[in-house]
Ligand binder design. Sequence first.
Ligand SMILES: O=P(O)(O)OC[C@H]1O[C@](O)(CO)[C@@H](O)[C@@H]1O
Length: 539
Amino acid sequence: MNRINPAQTQAWQQLLELAAQPLELARLFAEDSTRSRRYSLGLGQSLKLDYSKNLIDDRVLETLLMLAEQTGLRGNIESLFNGEAINSTEQRAVFHMALRHRGDEPMTLADGTDVMPQVKAVLGQMKCFCEAVRGGRWTGFEGGAITDVVNIGIGGSDLGSYMVTEALKPYQGRVRVHFVSNVDGAHLTQTLAELSPATTLFIVASKTFTSQETMTNAFAAREWLVAAAGHEGAIAKHFVALSTNSAKVAEFGIDTDNMFAFWDWVGGRFSLWSAIGLPIALSIGFERFEQLLSGAWEMDQHFRNAPFEANMPVLLALIGIWYRNFLGSASEAVLPYDQGLHRLPAYLQQAVMESNGKSVDRNGQPVNYDTSGIVWGESGTNGQHSFYQLIHQGTQLIPCDFILPAQSHYPLGDQHAKLMANCLAQSRALAFGQSEQELRAQGELEALLPFKMHKGNNPSNTLLLPKVTPHTLGALLALYEHKVFVQGAIWNIFSFDQWGVELGKKQANVLLPCLTGGQDAAGLDASTRALLAQLKDWA
Ligand SMILES: O=P(O)(O)OC[C@H]1O[C@](O)(CO)[C@@H](O)[C@@H]1O
């Protein structure tokens, strides 16, 4: 990987100069009738990106593309696809593209290992398992078919498969899939309250098989099952594991024949394409799971081969960098106009912020520029009636990604037309606003003009999909994954570790005995001691 400080490139300096010359969307559109055509891009019949409503012109775009070249992005993409150990602090490759590789060619790590035989073997295992469970041949301790699957996992072992299962609910088969992640007992208790132990299958999804939340919930689920079955022999029929850690899986009591493996070159937040995607396959069927992989693969090909000026992940990443590092935006909103995608913002929060929320560069030096901003969002028109006011007329620059399918899975009257009209209206209003003259022409009261005036010039991307299908969703998710990669590469940070979250995990283990046992809190800070005392008092 190149280790170039982006702020020391010539392009960076030029972008700083360009940022001092504000651009106005209304003028840019008025002056260039070809803008919408030139600033849009398609990925076959899967996706269309319109990036014309961004505060960019050809000079900005060219300079951003120069930044990509001058920071060595080309070489970094090759290192990624060549299976080099670009997750340097953990000495691991970042090779989740192999999981969705649909061609016959090998996918080789830098040490020469072709990972495809093992990838295909696990896919084969997942296929057989899905067919057995979905076909009713995998039975519970009373001999009945499985009706419900509970995925117990957290972070990357939950967010992706939960989000996709929700998005693809229209394809759901006979088996219902539930997700339990939080260590808050409410999550497991409320989920199990609806279920019958004899027909419930648990998936314990954990790359490390050590996450406190997952293991705590898994042990509680095991107790619930064994109490109902009356014997531990039932575990084999009701628990499977998705993990890289077979020793820990066996220690828990799950037969390793019922373990679906993945590998250390699959990062947690990029793992839905691996065995971690088993709940997705159980919900929608293995064939459709493969279609999800194909969609992501289509995006992988595009990312690796398209020139930067026509490369969707590269363009989205560069435009994001423009706002973050040069126009001062602190956050970006993801706004899917599709109810099924309601967990997409939460999923992207991990993908983006756990990856690029870093302040030390790849040389171990503090960065002297901003890295990831905050990602947030909400689906459909719900956000409009909540936080959009701030995007429209607040004091911050908040670039938005609107995501809109042309067809709905639920053709109810004119509801989808209304949803689409709202989406397009928002990006239009944000971009072009409403001037005082327009308001006056509408007969608005003079006194209200300052409040109703909408300056516009709020940027957005619009991503259209024909429909949210396994294939188009796969392409969309891979688009964001590669955007994250490009931004991390240009910011010269390691995007594939997450050391910051480790400290909190350690501290939780220190504090637990202060709450559950007689552990003395004397060595802790005064605030934590006082909070502990109050909690104990109220317990
Ligand atoms: O799959 P595991 O090992 O339980 O880890 C869960 C999550 O915990 C993290 O390590 C940190 O929160 C994530 O990166 C990961 O997705």
